[in-house]
Design a protein around this ligand. Structure first.
Ligand SMILES: O=C(O)CCC(=O)C(=O)O
Length: 237
């Protein structure tokens, strides 16, 4: 189902919108099995800067396991994206952020367009919970209305896989304005590529697995459709 006018307005105003359920419980259960198989294959890295805490990450999940393409193309995912990006929707990436129980690391505050350089910034993320997620197990926090401008970060991160980049230091963020959501497994939250977001550590006794689908208005990043397939509508030009 496409978003209502009120939901579209809320997304345009806040840069973040809870979507409700996007995949059913059976699909969640199978997704967990597939993720575990990927982890057993040692495909996930752990970019945590804290030696005491872990944060398993895998980029381009569906290129390692094509089963995930069915989540990327789930009608509720594409309907939500189409409602705000327009009729032509193209894949960009799908990633997983797996914070284990008790020692899951934080995600520093950042804006996704730091890496994507989308201009105009017509890209978004649909963050799909594969566990019941809330503030206690490291639910993502967002700063509503922060999606108007890219802020140069001051916190250098040396990512073993992706080199050095600068995320936002907490003092650069209006942390007291942060919002987070209760996101049951199979539900999702959508955010704009400039919305400031981050996540606290997972100190709970249950894991926090988030599967992220990153989508663009078709043709925006000039990628080869072999790597970034069109999911709805047509390519421009
Ligand atoms: O799940 C997380 O901790 C990070 C997710 C994220 O950065 C994103 O969805 O863009």
């Amino acid at each position: 189902m496409h978003l209502t006018r009120a939901q579209c307005e809320a997304y345009r105003r806040d840069g973040v919108l809870p979507l409700g359920r996007v995949i059913d419980e059976t699909t969640v259960a199978v997704a967990r099995e597939h993720l575990e198989a990927l982890r057993q294959r040692n495909l996930m890295d752990n970019p945590s800067r804290d030696p005491e805490r872990r944060s398993f990450r895998l980029l381009l999940v569906s290129s390692h396991d094509a089963w995930f393409k069915q989540i990327v193309s789930a009608p509720a995912v594409l309907d939500a994206a189409e409602s705000v990006l327009g009729p032509n929707v193209q894949y960009f990436q799908d990633n997983v952020f797996y914070k284990p129980a008790r020692d899951g690391a934080e995600t520093a505050w950042h804006q996704d367009n730091l890496w994507w350089h989308a201009n105009p910034p017509h890209m978004l993320t649909i963050w799909v919970a594969l566990d019941d997620v809330d503030a206690s197990n490291g639910g993502v926090q967002y700063i509503p209305g922060s999606h108007t401008v890219l802020i140069p970060g001051t916190q250098a991160v040396n990512d073993p896989k992706h080199g050095t980049y600068h995320m936002l230091a907490p003092e650069q963020v209006e942390v007291r304005r942060a919002v987070s959501f209760v996101v049951p497994a199979g539900h999702a939250v959508m955010h704009h590529c400039l919305t400031i977001h981050g996540a606290p550590p997972n100190n709970a006794d249950r894991p926090r697995r988030g599967y992220t689908i990153h989508l663009q208005q078709a043709g925006l990043l000039k990628q080869d459709p072999k790597d970034a397939p069109l999911l709805r509508g047509r390519m421009p030009g």
